[in-house]
Design a protein around this ligand. Sequence first.
Ligand code: TEU
Ligand code: CA
Length: 587
Amino acid sequence: MPGKVIYTEVKITMKKEWWHKKIAYQIYPKSFYDSNGDGIGDLKGITQKLEYLKELGVDIIWLSPVYASPLADQGYDISDYQAIDPRFGTMEDMDELLKKAHSLGLYILMDLVVNHCSDEHEWFKKACADPEGRYGKFFYIKDLKQTGGKLPTNWRSYFGGSVWEKLPGHEDLVYLHVFHKKQPDLNWENSDLREEVYKMINWWLDKGLDGFRLDAIINIKKAIPFRSYPPDRDDGLSSIDNMLAEASGIGKFLGEMRNKTFRPHDSFTVGEVFNEKPEELPDFIGENGYFSSMYDFSENIFGRDIAGWHAYKDITPDDYKSCVFETQKKVSKVGFISNIIENHDEPRGVSRYLPDEGRTDTGKKLLATMYFLLHGLPWIYQGQELGMENIHLSSIDEVDDISSIDSYKVALDAGLSREEALKVIEKYGRDNARTPFQWDEGKNAGFTAGSPWLRVNPNYTRLNLKAQREDPDSVFNYYRKLITLRKDSEYSDTLTYGDFEPCLEDKHNIMAYLRREGSSVLLIAGNFQEEEQVLPLPSKVKKVVLSNLPEVSLTEDSLTLKGWQAAVLEVHSKLLFSPEPRATSVC
Ligand code: TEU
Ligand code: CA
């Protein structure tokens, strides 16, 4: 419940960093733009579209993995960290991309996937050849003879089944993989492995890369000694979360990695952090934290259930608001969170956070406004700027993602019918965000001249960049306005460093907050329903800065929001209602 937790009110002055006022963008290379007609997006395709990203106004670009990989988990299974997968291009293409990006003033991040590598990485092959040797120690390999033939623990991998798999060529040995069996976990307890990883990171940073997104980084520290936990499904296994909750001491690895790699290069890092412990926040993203920033997954994980996707609960606008506000109150005084509404692992934000009747251009702009102006770094996932939506499924055969396929089986095992299970995957599946970018109304939405590796969302004929570029009222042009606003010299300090103050927290379907920096105050308010709402104003309005509808209806002391309307108002810092403004006014 908001309001029950007491947070420190001390304003900490943050050291200014080069990336504080930047806007970030995630590219899923396989689905962004295919330059050679083989149906797979590639590095050349990204380079050709950099001007587009410049036009949109973003600065920092994260590329999901493009390293050499068998693509068992779409590149999150790396077989060579210092090579580009031929399907994405060559190292020269990467150099070219970096050069062009830098000449346009853009920064490039790669995905650092070092909790695990691929079972086709030479380290793992050498470990199989000689489990006792140097490379055997790069992994967690256990001898079943020492456990009476039983698997060492009952942990369930994220993608289903046990985390233990027979080491190829060895009857009695098993290796640990918390993700897919083609993703063996690297043993971070081994300083020899850590030094190899740092060498690789520095190789990329010396090349001119601007930083990394750190994949599944919380998983690098295991609870040692390994033990089993109470089973939480009929499979007798136990969620990895139980082990992670017990793991402590990750700071040693993260601090060492920062000191030996990122810090000397002044690079930007953003951690994919789940399951963090609240007391760890300042260490993670405070001044001198291990990372520059980390994602906020509070609303993404809302309603999750240990039983599986089929048991997930829907998130209402009120739930969304309380998740977001809780994070803001907790984090905005500590450091810079990375705000997202979707990524390559999640359904499309507009499909998840907007009820059906609100999934219009107006509703999409409302959601955009509410998250974009929060404290922290705004991120856009490719296609989000067009309001791209989830894709309809008519059969499980249309699904590519391994996690979705596992979750479908879990749903069937739980007793759901095929139709019901398919609906679950349609709602939460990772393919939703991975369908090709919708460039225009032409064949395959202009993504490829060949046959796309994953189906294009059929809605591309009406929902595409070309159409939206020409329409001043499009979702795309609204995102451009939001970006311009965050960079406007009049408001950028307020939106970057200003305090976050929630307003009207208990008002159903209303999300409102202030951003305040000295005498500069912005009110951001949104109405997540059809019925118009009259809201009391906290102080006199100086200026209407932005809205997703042509008119904003104001009186001296009230603001009327139409259905699905968002408004950004510059207001006086002196509150109208005193001496107890919080009791009577918006804030
Ligand atoms: O995701 C980490 C993660 O925790 C995911 O398992 C997430 O919970 C899951 O995708 C929900 O279905 C990262 C990457 O973002 C993801 O794409 C990779 O599959 C995973 O790591 C393994 O590298
Ligand atoms: Ca291609």
